[in-house]
Design a protein around this ligand. Structure first.
Ligand code: NAD
Length: 257
């Protein structure tokens, strides 16, 4: 198995893209630590399900990615990692002048600062082994902007900047750092928006998806969590050993426009 003997931590991985990446890393043979802040029976059951279906060791570790101490404790409790996927993220949409200060702080903490803290905690062991992969889940919004998403766009541009600095500091040590920039991915959080959008625009499901949600995604199709997982597995491969400090867009052409 390609990633046998490697341990991966995926932050924010009890749903959506993080969960998809955890599945693909496990299928590629990596030991996986999944994370969220909820610590529910379902979270532990998810870990057991991935373990049962793939045969690799999978653990769930609760940690609140809005807290620097929890971010560092996650890496410590996992026993370090060879592959770190910084994926946890939240969103809030409002005009700048109406954007709640506490939402700004939470988005910057969870979507940006957590990646700094986990990376800081994970790098020493990666350097000692001479092998490591840091994969930051940014967004098309790490490269372009949309109105009403000030905190999210600022955080995701920050993630792209952190990716470049991490790559430069890690260069020559067997450790790479890259950002995956998804366009619209059909995750539970996106799926939940569809009925509201259908009502607001008085459109059927397909029309809302094509004309409203995917209006900036030229392919007219959502990206999938499996595609995010496959991209992460590729970034862990030997073929990607010299890919570092860059962004990989998986966005159906959004950022080519
Ligand atoms: P999601 O809501 O399904 O997943 C978010 C994950 O983060 C969940 O597992 C949640 O438990 C976790 N999380 C939230 N707050 C946390 C906290 N304080 N501590 C620990 N975990 C926490 O959404 P998703 O669409 O899968 O998003 C995952 C990542 O992908 C995010 O960084 C998001 O910005 C990015 N992204 C998503 C899309 C998309 O279209 N879905 C597009 C571009 C980028």
């Amino acid at each position: 198995m390609q990633l046998a003997g490697k341990r991966a931590i995926v932050t924010g991985s009890n749903s959506g893209i993080g969960l998809g990446i955890a599945w693909e890393l496990a299928r590629a043979g990596a030991e996986v630590v999944i994370n969220s802040l909820t610590d529910s029976a379902e979270d532990h059951a998810l870990a057991a399900q991935i373990r049962d279906e793939t045969g690799v060791t999978v653990r769930y570790i609760a940690a609140d990615m809005s807290k620097s101490s929890d971010c560092r404790a996650l890496v410590e409790q996992a026993g370090g990692c060879d592959i770190l996927v910084n994926n946890a993220g939240i969103q809030h949409v409002a005009k700048i002048e109406e954007f709640p200060g506490e939402k700004w702080d939470a988005i910057i903490a969870i979507n940006l600062s957590s990646a700094f803290h986990t990376t800081a905690a994970a790098l020493p062991a990666m350097y000692a082994k001479g092998w490591g992969r840091v994969i930051n889940i940014a967004s098309a919004h790490g490269l372009t902007a949309s109105p009403y998403k000030s905190a999210y766009v600022a955080a995701k541009h920050g993630v792209v900047g952190l990716t470049k600095v991490t790559a430069l500091e890690a260069a020559g040590k067997g450790v790479t750092c890259n950002a995956i920039c998804p366009g619209y991915v059909l995750t539970p959080i996106v799926e939940k928006q569809i009925p509201d959008q259908m009502k607001t625009h008085n459109m059927d499901r397909d029309t809302v998806i094509k004309q409203v949600m995917l209006s900036r995604q030229p392919s007219g199709e959502f990206a999938t969590v499996e595609q995010m997982g496959g991209t992460a597995v590729f970034l862990c491969s030997d073929a990607a050993a010299q890919i570092t400090g860059t962004t990989i867009s998986v966005d159906g052409g959004w950022t080519a426009l």
